[in-house]
Structure formats: C-alpha cells, structure tokens
Design a protein around this ligand. Structure first.
Ligand SMILES: Cc1cc2nc3c(=O)[nH]c(=O)nc-3n(C[C@H](O)[C@H](O)[C@H](O)COP(=O)(O)OP(=O)(O)OC[C@H]3O[C@@H](n4cnc5c(N)ncnc54)[C@H](O)[C@@H]3O)c2cc1C
Length: 341
C-alpha cells in the first residue's frame, strides 16, 4: 500500500495539468507547512528567524516543467533578484536551483548561459549555488552542465542520490566539488536505481562516510535519525572537523531535531522552498511520508478550533482531492489493462 501511495503522489507531482491548476488555486492544501510563502519577502522572514536560531538556509525558488524561454528568463531574473536581496539583507544563506526551471528542456546551452549569469552575480557576493538533482531523465545533462560551469566557477555544486547504482562512481568524479548527499525523491526504474530502502540507506551511509573522510565540504540531506546518529558517531570516532560538513533538512520537517543539531554545535542548514509553483514539490513530500497527509488534511479542511473550513481553501482542497481521485482511477485502470495484456 505504501508503494501504491508513493507512486500515486509521484504521479501527481509530474502532472502538468495539476501543476498549472495549482498556481491558479493559490497557495493552499496545507502547503504552507512545507513552503515559506510565495514572495521573496515572505521567504526572507523565514530565513531571518532560522538564522536567529543559528541555522543557515538554502533557498529554492520553486518551478518545474518550464518549456518556454520567457518563463525560464523570468525564473532566472527572480533568482538574480533573490541574490541581490540575500546580499542586501546580509543573511546567512545560499541557493538551490533546478536546471529544468532555467531551460534545460528547451536547450542545454541556453540553460548553461542562464546559470552563468546567476553564478557571476553569486560569485560577486560570495554566495554558493547548488544544482538540485532531478529525475534520471535529466541526470547526464545536469552533470554535463555542472562540468562546463566548474571550468569557470568554484561556487557551484550538486547532489548525489544514493538510490542510483552509479552514485559512488559519479561522486568520485566530483571529489573536489561541494556536494549534497540525499536518498533520491523520484520514481526510477530498477535498471538505474536500488528498489529496496535498505540498499538505499546502506549506500547513503557508505557515500556520506567516504565524503566525510575526504577533504571537500559535504551536506548531508536527510531527516533519518538512524543515519544522522551513525554519521555523528563516525565523525566523533575519526575526529572529523565539524566545519567539513553540515546536516540539511527541508523546511517544516523535524523542527525540534533541526534545533537540537544546531544547538549541539553541528553546522545546520534548512532547505526553504518558496514561490507559487509549489504543487510538484509538495506532492513529492507527501509521497515520501504518508503521515504528512494527515497534517495537510487537518490544515486544509479544519480551522484551529476543529470546525470545517468554508471558502476558497476548502474548495481548492476539494478540487485537488477530486482530481487526485480521478487520476488515481485512470492510473489504476491503465495498470489493470497493462497487467491483462
Ligand atoms: C535538504 C534536502 C535536499 C534534498 N534535495 C534533493 C534533490 O536535489 N534531489 C532529490 O532527488 N531528492 C532531494 N531530497 C529528498 C531526498 O532524496 C529524500 O527523498 C527525502 O529526504 C526523504 O528521505 P529521508 O532520508 O529524509 O528519510 P526517509 O527515508 O523518508 O525516512 C527514514 C526514517 O526517518 C524518519 N523520518 C523521516 N522523516 C521524518 C519526519 N518528518 N518526522 C519524523 N521522522 C521522520 C522515520 O523514522 C523514517 O522511517 C532532499 C532532501 C533534503 C532533506
């Protein structure tokens, strides 16, 4: 059942129609638990609050499925405005970007040029920019863009996903590059990715330990306390300097643990998504952890004193729920047809 739910929400995250509709519904469905508003101003509020608690941040201007240059150009301009604001406000934060938002699906050279414009400004301000890793269909292109950029910029890095069989080899090729290690959030085929959670977790630990034993800065992106505790013990045992790594978690997840790690003297960084293109990101979070759904449903349909909400938010929720059920039925029907073929 957990796998069915996971596939279902990942399917929704990739649905272009729902992604577009969600922008029209506005910010709803309880997404504000995991997304820090839609504007640069709202995200700055969140950054300042976290910085005050000794936590640094990485900002993600949400956006996927960009297929025309106007939209990609607007995304680039917004990211540059964000860099200017980070500099002016003198906050402790860097950026995370997705190449498909900057035109990777339109033209790789165009996307690389957009990244160059961003990195030129970021370098002036001494700000690091991390390229998030998307699904496997964009994997090779992402590494190619990164390699091209690394020839001229050292303020750029990327992400290694421990579910991929080739993760260790790619990590080795990027040993001088700042990296974030994660498990991987997309549905990938068994031809390229471990299907079993225990293999993904084991690989995560191996990759992270190799990086901690090396010389280049590493971000450990997980909410998994088993992994965090084992890596803390590994770092103690091998006298690994805390300045060689940081833990990262997503905004709105395990806030107590985020504070605890920062208070224990570990570098801690919160990944904060913001913007009106929140649907795909939000559905992937529901796919990872069905418990998130309970939080969301309560938030969407009930007021704080447990009364059923009226108006656009509940209407938005109803539209989403209905669309979700309709899509689920279509998918189930298609899968049944495939099984019978
Ligand atoms: C900062 C950051 C950046 C990321 N960037 C990318 C990226 O660029 N590309 C990509 O593909 N993926 C990215 N991801 C997503 C990542 O790949 C995983 O899909 C996601 O983090 C879920 O895996 P997990 O290790 O956090 O824990 P899981 O494997 O989901 O959970 C393991 C265990 O941890 C505990 N746990 C987890 N979450 C909670 C919670 N909320 N409350 C209580 N207990 C919990 C539970 O005991 C659970 O069984 C990123 C994740 C983070 C944190």
């Amino acid at each position: 059942m957990a796998n069915v739910m996971r596939d279902f929400f990942i399917g929704l995250s990739n649905n272009r129609f729902l992604n577009t509709q969600a922008k029209k519904w506005g910010f709803s469905l309880g997404a504000d638990k995991f997304v820090a508003g839609t504007t640069v101003e709202s995200v700055m509020e969140a950054v300042k609050e976290l910085n005050h608690q000794g936590i640094s941040c990485t900002l993600d201007n949400l956006g996927e499925f960009v297929s025309d240059k106007t939209e990609a150009g607007e995304a680039k301009d917004k990211i540059i405005r964000l860099l200017n604001t980070i500099h002016e406000e003198n906050v402790d934060c860097h950026l995370s970007v997705k190449l498909t938002q900057l035109g990777l699906d339109i033209d790789q050279a165009y996307c690389t040029e957009n990244m160059r414009e961003i990195l030129d400004i970021a370098r002036q301000y001494n700000i690091f920019v991390n390229i998030d890793m998307e699904d496997y269909s964009h994997y090779d292109q992402t590494l190619e863009v990164l390699q091209a950029l690394r020839k001229d910029y050292d303020n750029v890095g990327t992400v290694i996903q421990s579910y991929l069989y080739r993760a260790e080899e790619d990590m080795e090729n990027l040993k001088n590059v700042r990296l974030r290690i994660v498990k991987g959030a997309y549905k990938e085929s068994e031809e390229v990715a471990y299907p079993e959670k225990q293999d993904i977790d084991r690989n995560f630990l191996e990759l992270a330990k190799q990086r901690l034993a090396g010389d280049t800065f590493t971000s450990i992106g997980t909410h998994d306390h088993h992994i965090i505790n084992e890596l803390k013990a590994f770092a103690d045992e091998h006298n690994i300097d805390h300045d060689k790594f940081e833990f990262q978690m997503l905004y709105g997840f395990r806030n107590d643990m985020q504070n605890k790690l920062a208070n224990e003297g570990y570098n801690f960084c919160t990944y904060i998504p913001f913007g009106d293109d929140w649907f795909g990101y939000f559905m992937r979070r529901l796919a990872e952890r069905p418990q998130n759904m309970t939080l969301v449903l309560k938030d969407t349909f009930y007021t704080e004193d447990n009364k059923l909400k009226k108006g656009p938010i509940a209407a938005g929720g109803a539209v989403a729920a209905t669309s979700a059920i309709a899509l689920w039925c279509v998918k189930a029907k298609r899968d049944r047809k495939k099984d019978n073929e």
